[in-house]
Design a protein. Structure first.
Lengths: 363, 501
């Protein structure tokens, strides 16, 4: 079919292989768009051929529904225009976050995660599975017992409709039976650390937010009851809740080691490494206060983190003020080490690539 | 592709019969069963099996097939305005869905055949499109894929600059000069605008020689100005103008005119989107609920139908507005709620219980479907009662809160906004003002400003593409941030000039 030709051509343009000048019109759709009610938009790259048109924010439009003047219209991107498509008949379905994680996994070709400790810890779970004829009286099922008594009476022809008198005997008794199911337990904790010093702007934090949302979605798919912890740091580190994590803006110097130390404390206190899958993620703009501090971080990584965690991930968001030195230092210290993942996130469009860096190893 | 299954064919015959009994009148309609991949392909090609090669179809295909695979959207049907009509049903839809879609399709086909705005469309477009595809491929062989594709990109950038309402007048616009513009020729006193003189001895006092001289000068200037201006009258069909007058190679000219033909073919579908979908929905609902559905299917039908009619907050659903308006018209004409007496009646109670038992509803909706397009459909039949009943509002963007907000529920504002969006598809109206701007053969386009600015980045990109066609500096007069301006591109750089009014 000739559509294949056109499709390949389009893919090549999107990937920037041909026609570089068109690439500036590539829009990536929305990464996560609106997250309310679990409804999420998925990215489909497209190229807008320029035409004379009105700016979308200038126009406004006509909608239908409840609400007073001044209230938001919800989605807001209502279509006021008539398209010139032939009678197409489209319907929209909502996507849940876990379905999205699947799509993400497919799109980025992420390997399934192999949890560690799967064999080492087992929890026994008992589950009622059926009925049996022997058991403790406490588990006797009256209803089932009388049913089998009735069945026996019917077969034997003792059942009298006028005088229904059913007396269960020993072999009618039914008891609930249970099974012991050994369950391999996988427990995982993600510890997010973010640099909130003056040089991290709103855009950088937004990138961290989007990225950690996706990482969370993917890990959550693999671990039931994933725990998350959040640490922010400038010159000192503290643990915060999720909300604060994404909103705070502090100012001041940056001591990355402060966060690493706190992270180490948390792990030692709450998450014994042989029972837990531990995923520390650290995001910063790569500025550190001093060379000595970087040295401390490297030591911590060498002596503690890399021995105990599944993988330690460091994401460096480009910012106007950051020097980006930290990434270079780490690259120098750990040239090849698959327990440490490094990723540079230049801008919003690189988030997907970066997620692939982090999760692409299946560890 | 496959023919209908025997069960569906049986249903089709039944639905077709019911549709004809109801008065629908359509071309023969050929149904084909296709897979989701095929329907995505057809939809990407605008319904046609063969189109010229271009990446934009690949993009459309990716969007459609991806969103189907992710379960985001689903195309139930496609129907093409040709004679015979072709309609595609997707394999794997439920039996009830297929019946509904067939009823819906007959509604569309009736509309295509009988609506005035479709009267000029080429009903053999399928052949024409295939023909275009062959020609483009031949040009690609001759001049190289990239050269031709790049040129198509440029053409698509201006494909919307056609005169959507002008195609219905029979006179073919020619740009040939009509009157002679000789400045040497002696002018009559009327042309010069001299005052009338009855008494000959008064002549030199009423029209002194220097006054005559100055009038003459003025007239000559005017003629000169007009002589340098071409076309004399502004031209709305910018695309057609470019085809005739831009310095293009023959293959480029041919390509541009293909793009224009296809653009003109799709134009009436955009002009009647609300009516067309409303009409088809009206009929699928009527035919299905009155004649076709069996008891076990009613819930599925209701589910599907309400999904199609659903309105999202802030969204405009042409299916919903269309069907409601047609039903409203039918009810009003059945009850005689029209004409002078109705318009002049102010008594709320009397209006509410107004029923003259005129029974003209059906006749009226058939008349409406034959003569109207979305603009005058909304203009004439959207009533205040209807707006209140359907909870319409106007929304606009609030800079402070950075979101879209409900602005007003005022009837006039709603109607004005809807009509604005529908006229020319809610796209700016651009025309050729002067192709000899400043007497240098430069092209001046004029945007008929209606209070909304164009998007600046797209505007400058499009202007660059116009330059690629015209090959001389191009200018666009518009209003930006409340100031009239002329944007110019000379092949190297952009300049902006404020226009002093």
């Amino acid at each position: 079919m000739s559509i294949r030709e056109d499709h390949n051509r389009f893919r090549n343009i999107i990937k920037g292989r041909v026609k570089q000048d068109l690439r500036k019109f590539v829009s990536n759709g929305e990464m996560i768009g609106k997250r309310e009610n679990e409804f999420v938009k998925i990215p489909l790259p497209s190229i807008d051929i320029p035409t004379f048109r009105y700016g979308p924010k200038q126009q406004g439009g006509v909608g239908q529904g409840q609400g007073e003047a001044g209230e938001g219209t919800g989605d807001g991107s209502g279509q006021g225009q008539a398209g010139d498509n032939t009678g197409e008949h489209l319907m929209e379905v909502e996507l849940s976050v876990s379905e999205l994680a699947d799509i993400l996994g497919e799109k980025l070709e992420l390997p399934m995660i192999k949890p560690k400790g799967a064999q080492s810890i087992e929890a026994i779970k008992t589950k009622f599975t059926g009925l049996k004829t022997v058991g403790p009286d406490a588990l006797r099922q009256t209803k089932q017992t009388y049913k089998s008594a009735l069945r026996r009476a019917l077969i034997a022809g003792n059942y009298d409709v006028e005088d229904p008198n059913i007396i269960p005997i020993r072999r009618d008794y039914r008891y609930r039976s249970f099974k012991k199911i050994p369950q391999p337990q996988t427990r995982a904790v993600v510890i997010y650390m973010m640099d909130v010093s003056g040089s991290m702007g709103d855009e950088q934090k937004e990138i961290v937010r989007i990225e950690s949302f996706w990482i969370n979605a993917w890990l959550r798919k693999h671990y039931k009851g994933l725990e998350t912890r959040f640490i922010i740091h400038d010159a000192a580190a503290k643990e915060v809740d999720e909300n604060t994590f994404f909103r705070t803006s502090e100012s001041g110097g940056t001591l990355i080691s402060s966060a690493y130390k706190l992270c180490q404390e948390i792990i030692e206190k709450d998450y014994p490494p042989h029972e837990w899958n531990i995923y520390p993620f650290h995001f910063s703009d790569g500025d550190n206060w001093s060379h000595e501090d970087t040295k401390i971080c490297v030591d911590l990584l060498k002596n503690f983190f890399l021995n105990y965690v599944n993988v330690f991930s460091y994401g460096q968001v480009d910012s106007r003020y950051g020097s980006g030195q930290f990434l270079k230092d780490l690259q120098r210290e750990f040239p090849i080490d698959d327990r440490l993942t490094l990723s540079r996130i230049e801008n919003r469009d690189k988030i997907l690539d970066s997620i692939k860096d982090f999760l692409g190893q299946g560890k | 592709m496959a023919d209908l299954t025997p069960e569906l064919e049986k249903e089709r015959v039944k639905i077709c019969k019911v549709a004809k009994e109801q008065g629908l009148d359509f071309f023969e309609t050929v149904f084909e069963m296709v897979t989701y991949d095929q329907i995505s392909q057809f939809a990407a090609y605008g319904g046609f099996p063969v189109r010229y090669p271009h990446w934009k179809f690949g993009m459309e295909y990716e969007h459609l097939s991806k969103s189907y695979e992710y379960g985001l959207s689903k195309i139930y049907e496609m129907v093409i305005n040709t004679d015979p009509c072709y309609a595609y049903l997707m394999i794997g839809n439920s039996h009830m869905d297929q019946k509904l879609v067939m009823a819906h399709v007959y509604g569309h086909c009736d509309f295509f055949k009988n609506n005035f705005w479709f009267s000029k469309t080429n009903r053999k477009m399928m052949d024409q499109m295939a023909n275009h595809a062959t020609r483009v491929r031949r040009y690609m062989d001759l001049y190289g894929n990239d050269t031709v594709e790049n040129f198509i990109d440029v053409c698509l950038s201006v494909e919307n600059l056609i005169d959507r309402y002008g195609m219905y007048t029979d006179q073919q616009k020619t740009f040939i000069r009509t009157e002679s513009k000789d400045i040497q020729k002696p002018h009559t006193p009327e042309e010069l605008g001299l005052l009338k003189v009855n008494k000959s001895y008064m002549r030199d006092y009423i029209n002194p020689p220097d006054f005559i001289e100055s009038q003459k000068k003025k007239l000559q200037d005017k003629i000169l100005e007009k002589r340098n201006k071409f076309p004399e009258e502004p031209v709305k069909d910018v695309l057609n103008f470019l085809i005739h007058y831009a310095p293009l190679e023959e293959w480029q000219q041919d390509l541009l005119s293909m793009i224009r033909d296809e653009s003109c073919y799709f134009s009436p579908q955009g002009m009647t989107k609300t009516m067309n979908e409303g009409w088809a929905s009206y009929w699928h609902s009527k035919i299905m609920t009155e004649k076709i559905l069996n008891d076990s299917e009613i819930i599925d039908f209701a589910d599907h139908h309400s999904g199609t009619m659903a309105i999202q907050p802030g969204g405009y659903n042409p299916y919903k507005i269309g069907i409601e308006l047609f039903r409203d018209i039918e009810e009003r004409w059945n009850k005689g709620q029209f004409g002078r007496e109705w318009d002049e009646c102010d008594d709320v109670n009397a209006r509410k219980n107004w029923d003259l038992k005129s029974g003209k509803g059906k006749e009226k909706i058939f008349e409406v479907r034959a003569r109207y397009n979305d603009v005058n459909f909304i203009d004439e039949f959207l009533s205040e009662d209807f707006c209140v009943r359907n909870k319409f509002f106007v929304y606009k963007f609030n800079q402070k809160t950075n979101r879209f907000e409900i602005d007003t529920r005022d009837f006039k504002a709603i109607k004005a906004k809807l009509l604005f969006h529908m006229t020319n598809f809610g796209q700016p109206i651009i025309r050729v003002e002067n192709a000899n701007y400043e007497n240098k053969g430069e092209l001046l386009l004029q945007h008929l400003y209606e209070g909304v600015d164009m998007q600046p980045d797209f505007m400058s990109q499009t202007l660059q593409n116009v330059f690629k066609l015209w090959n001389r500096p191009v200018h666009l007069a518009t209003v930006m941030e409340e100031a009239p301006q002329i944007f110019s591109y000379d092949g190297k750089e952009f300049t902006t000039k404020k226009v002093v009014v």
